[in-house]
Design a protein around this ligand. Structure first.
Ligand code: SF4
Length: 472
């Protein structure tokens, strides 16, 4: 079954990217933020002698999980149920939203507080709750900024990375209740304003909604890793806790956490350890929420699992290291990808989860430089999957007429015969003679302009190797 929700791009990547490239402020903000995080990551990763062994261990554990996912999911359901949680299964985004909305409505709550969660963004939960008359408040600071601005996140870890301090101050002044024009863009002042705003929400909400970084099959435990502590308030204060979890988040036992709690903080925020790691197992009388629900979401993951090369995308632990080193992401930002999963991981995950529409352009949103593979803590070979998805796209169109196909048929006819090839080279040299001083061709007439719109063409050499050789 194909995935649905906020992972389906509405327009092709090249169109969206062209628009974003016009935003100079966006590029400045992104460059500053991504370079800061990537430098921090490099420093702390450099401190770990066995980093490569840890990466390999992370990849191996995730591959093992993917190989026996049905068995581990059943074990997780058993353990979580035994501990007092109620487990639900959702095939796609619509089903997941319907389950969560029904659960919230059943408590008679009209507002909920949320821990930052990619899964709930993926399924479009806030929109579904709003349609049901339920107000959802994001409690992660960056997520709150995006929500107040009526915007969408543009980074996995820092959803408001595209804003600078003064832009955030302006959003708070105009959209946050109780904030006056006297608010400065000093980070502590902005954090204090958000804290006051959120405190009232924490104290009044009876339902909390979270995702999970990991789900332990052995015990039915969920794990949330965060930096601010607001997540822990959402996880402990409300009477009802609903967690939306992608089915690939499973780990067999607690002992595997040792590997991921070393890989994740260093790769995501460049910290040796994140400040808050919360774990909960079902319900505990007299402590924390009285009712816990866990919604296990497929939304295209099973279909992705069926692809032997593409399935490695399901190892992803959403650290965002690949975004921070990607030259394409740094210039266009997250919105160009049209999905809650931007950057290199988005370019391979969104098309596989949904397998349709404008997402088919995403595997081309890369220079294939390989920086993402080097940065990935679970060794997802993103360039390999990108090429594989491009190949699948070409195969799907094989036999159908297109300008690209016509060009390659002509090229293949020319290159099959040495004399034809030499004649074509001579003709290209003569045709480009007037442009020789400029070094490269910037624009060719249609249909070749489809190529030169975004690439330069090198001029043919003055002399071929064969000509040079013949003269000796
Ligand atoms: S693909 Fe790798 S680097 Fe990118 S977010 Fe996922 S785990 Fe992190």
């Amino acid at each position: 079954m194909n995935g649905t929700g906020n992972i389906v791009a509405l327009r092709p990547f090249p169109d969206a990217a062209r628009l974003e490239l016009n935003d100079q402020q966006l590029r400045t903000n992104l460059r500053r933020a991504t370079h800061t995080i990537r430098d921090k990551r490099l420093r702390v990763v450099g401190e770990v002698d066995d980093w490569e062994a840890l990466r390999r261990a992370g990849a191996a554990i995730k591959d093992d999980v993917l190989a026996r996912l049905p068995e581990l999911l059943e074990r997780f359901e058993e353990s979580a149920t035994r501990a007092g949680a109620v487990v639900h299964w959702a095939r796609d985004a619509a089903e997941a939203c319907e389950i969560v909305t029904r659960l919230v409505t059943g408590t008679a709550a009209r507002e909920v507080v949320k821990v930052k969660s990619m899964a709930t963004q993926e399924i479009g939960l806030n929109e579904a709750l709003e349609a049901a008359g339920i107000e959802a408040t994001e409690t992660d600071l960056a997520e709150l900024i995006v929500q107040l601005a009526d915007d969408t996140p543009s980074h996995i870890l820092v959803p408001a990375i595209h804003y600078n301090r003064s832009q955030i101050r302006d959003i708070f002044r105009s959209r946050m209740p109780g904030v006056t024009d006297g608010l400065t863009d000093d980070p502590p002042a902005l954090a204090e304003a958000a804290r006051r705003h959120l405190r009232a929400k924490f104290l009044s909400a009876t339902v909390g909604i979270s995702g999970a970084n990991f789900a332990i099959a052995e015990t039915g435990t969920l794990v949330v890793v965060e930096s601010e502590g607001n997540g822990r308030m959402c996880l402990t204060l409300p009477e009802t806790l609903i967690s939306v979890v992608g089915i690939e988040k499973i780990l067999p036992t607690f002992s595997e956490l040792e590997v991921f709690l070393q890989l994740l903080p260093r790769s995501s925020t460049g910290e040796r350890m994140n400040p808050y790691t919360s774990m909960w197992t079902g319900v505990t009388p007299g402590d924390g929420p009285r009712t816990t629900h866990i919604v296990l979401v497929d939304n295209g993951r099973t279909a992705t699992l069926a692809d032997e090369i593409g399935r490695q995308a399901l190892r992803c632990i959403r650290c965002s290291a690949c975004l921070n080193v990607c030259p394409v992401y740094e210039r266009v930002g997250g919105h160009a990808y049209g999905s809650v999963y931007p950057g290199p991981i988005g370019a391979i995950l969104s098309p596989q989860l949904t397998s349709s529409g404008a997402n088919s352009t995403l595997p081309y949103a890369s220079s294939l430089c390989g920086a993402c593979f080097d940065a990935c803590p679970v060794r997802i070979n993103i360039p390999e999957v990108l090429v594989h998805l491009r190949q699948k796209g070409v195969d799907a169109k094989r036999g159908k007429p297109s300008a690209e196909r016509a060009a390659f048929v002509s090229l293949s006819w020319i290159m099959r015969d040495r004399r034809r090839y030499a004649a074509a080279l001579r003709a290209a040299r003569r045709g480009s003679a007037p442009l020789r001083g400029r070094g490269r061709l910037r624009r060719l007439p249609w249909p070749a302009s489809a190529w030169t719109d975004s690439r330069d063409v090198p001029l043919p050499p003055k002399q071929t190797f064969r000509e040079w050789w013949a003269k000796r």
